[in-house]
Ligand binder design. Structure first.
Ligand code: NAD
Length: 254
């Protein structure tokens, strides 16, 4: 298949829904073979079907990104099936506004689980994925940050915010350490994106409030983030590493 990711293999965590699914289909349309890693077996299977409908190849691997053994299996099964790994897209994440609130209101299990899924997962994916990128002669690591890491909000999600902030530092550390291996690492900071993650919270009133605060006047479609990930995954971004790309409709510029 021709395309901007021709001959590349991408692992995308959280590819069962939302931005991860959108990226899986787009990457496949651009020639990549995709490892769809997700905790939700049915959702992962459906993404694989969508990739196949688009003429691509994908493998569903079910597991919890917070658990090292599961991540090792995701990486191993992906590399075995497709023969190499070139792209590690650390997209999986959770936003639990009911349990993850201000430091004054959040309990320890909620803090631990949110940090494990949104931050520790990247530690496992890179720990087990970087040796595969090295074998392939280089690669691209993409982290999924958030504008939550760049600005404070009165409606706090402090565990989520802390995890996303830590990803900025981890991006730079990985970029510097592995540049010699031709492995690049960059982080994307989306603003509000219309996905299942946001759906429970996007009441008409909240949606209106968000749209009013965004200079472009709307929230993002998942494909608008997937295109940025595609650029970072492809060789078109070959001189970019350690960078942060803000994709927020102008929100943080205001
Ligand atoms: N939607 C937004 O407005 C927004 C804004 C900024 C950043 N983000 C970030 O973008 C990423 C994707 O968000 P989304 O909105 O597409 O989310 P989503 O909820 O629509 O999809 C997330 C996917 O991750 C999977 N997942 C959740 N926990 C997992 C685990 N422990 N192990 C493996 N898979 C797991 C889910 O099953 C789901 O398929 C997240 O990191 C999120 O924090 C989202």
């Amino acid at each position: 298949m021709p395309g901007r990711l021709r001959d590349k293999v991408a692992v995308i965590t959280g590819a069962g829904m939302g931005m991860g699914r959108e990226a899986a289909v787009l990457f496949a349309e651009e020639g990549a073979r995709v490892v769809v890693a997700d905790i939700d077996a049915r959702a992962a299977k459906e993404t694989v079907e969508r990739v196949e409908q688009a003429g691509g190849q994908a493998l569903a691997v079910v597991g919890d990104v917070a658990v090292e053994a599961d991540v090792r299996r995701m990486i191993d099964e992906g590399a075995r099936r497709f023969g190499r790994l070139d792209i590690l897209y650390n997209n999986a994440g959770v936003l639990w506004k009911d349990r993850d609130r201000s430091v004054l209101e959040t309990d320890e299990p909620s803090w631990d689980r949110v940090i494990a899924i949104n931050l520790k997962s990247v530690f496992w994916v890179t720990k087990h994925g970087i040796p595969e990128l090295r074998k392939a002669g280089g690669g691209s690591i993409i982290l999924m940050g958030s504008v939550s890491a760049l600005a404070g909000f009165t409606r706090a999600q402090d565990a989520y915010t802390a995890a996303k902030g830590a990803l900025i530092s981890l991006t730079k550390s990985l970029a510097i350490q592995f540049a010699k291996d031709r492995i690049r690492c960059n982080v994307i900071h989306p603003g509000i994106v219309d996905t299942p993650l946001q759906a429970p919270y996007l009441t008409p009133a909240i949606r209106k409030e968000f749209e009013t605060g965004i200079p472009l006047g709307r929230i993002a479609h998942p494909r608008e983030i997937a295109y940025v990930a595609l650029f970072l995954a492809s060789d078109e971004s070959s001189f970019m590493t350690g960078a942060e790309l803000v994709v927020d409709g102008g929100f943080t510029a205001g």
